[in-house]
Design a protein. Structure first.
Length: 243
């Protein structure tokens, strides 16, 4: 079995959302299999279903001046930031399919999130960055080494927020690769005020390119899900559409 892999490069958030919606519709119709979309966005803030506008620290005027868009979307979670140097992934999977850990007719959304966390933990490890889960805090966090001392806290390197409709997932994760971390000062990331964010660029011994990070995530996705990754380009080919 395959997971289709589509890499869009840098596209606007609106364009990424349009592609995602088309792929989700096809997955619900059963005309395509599970698919992973990978892309990069210009600066944008997204507010999930559980978000608080108070966690957007920048004013509307400042965001407009900087050309930062703001989108309210139907994924779980609070406010998050997407921007250049960040790898955004939308895994569009049918939770009723053959997935690791599925015990009933479908895999639960929380269990799916745990799988995505595992994918990202393994991808970070390819660059020598040890990452972990933190209880009650969805996402992927750096590991604090004992020699660092008690005042050093874990930092968030990847955010996750998914939506499930008719058993099919959408939205997904954002892994900071070479992201300008100063941009996170516009928000309280995911509503968590007592932890910082970080990136592979900061934590790794060698700075990965976006392509290297994409390849690492794709490899990890295949291993965690027990499938082969099959690259498809363009998206019209996957959807059987005539360009």
């Amino acid at each position: 079995m395959y997971i289709h892999l589509i890499s869009l490069g840098r596209v606007s958030y609106a364009e990424g959302l349009r592609v995602q919606e088309r792929v989700v519709a096809a997955r619900k119709a059963g005309t395509i299999g599970d698919t992973l979309l990978l892309m990069e966005h210009p600066p944008v803030l997204t507010l999930g279903r559980n978000s608080s506008r108070a966690n957007v620290l920048a004013s509307d005027a400042e965001l407009a001046r900087r050309g930062v868009e703001l989108h309210e979307i139907n994924r779980g979670g609070d406010v998050t930031y997407h921007g250049p140097g960040q790898l955004v992934g939308y895994p569009i999977f049918d939770l009723r399919g053959d997935l690791p850990g599925k015990k009933g007719p479908h895999l639960g959304p929380v269990d799916f999130v745990r799988l995505i966390e595992e994918v990202l933990i393994r991808a970070c490890a390819e660059f020598g960055v040890m990452a972990q889960r933190v209880a009650k805090r969805t996402g992927v966090w750096t590991v604090v080494h004992p020699e660092a001392g008690g005042s050093v806290l874990e930092k968030k390197i990847a955010a996750i927020g998914v939506h499930v409709s008719q058993g099919v997932t959408s939205h997904g994760f954002a892994l900071n690769v070479t992201t300008d971390l100063r941009d996170f000062q516009w928000i309280v990331p995911c509503g968590i005020a007592d932890r910082e964010v970080t990136s592979l660029e900061v934590e790794a011994d060698r700075v990965p390119t976006m392509q290297q990070a994409s390849d690492a995530v794709a490899r990890s996705m295949g291993r965690v899900m027990g499938r082969q990754m099959l690259a498809v380009e363009p998206v019209e080919e996957l959807l059987g559409e005539v360009r």
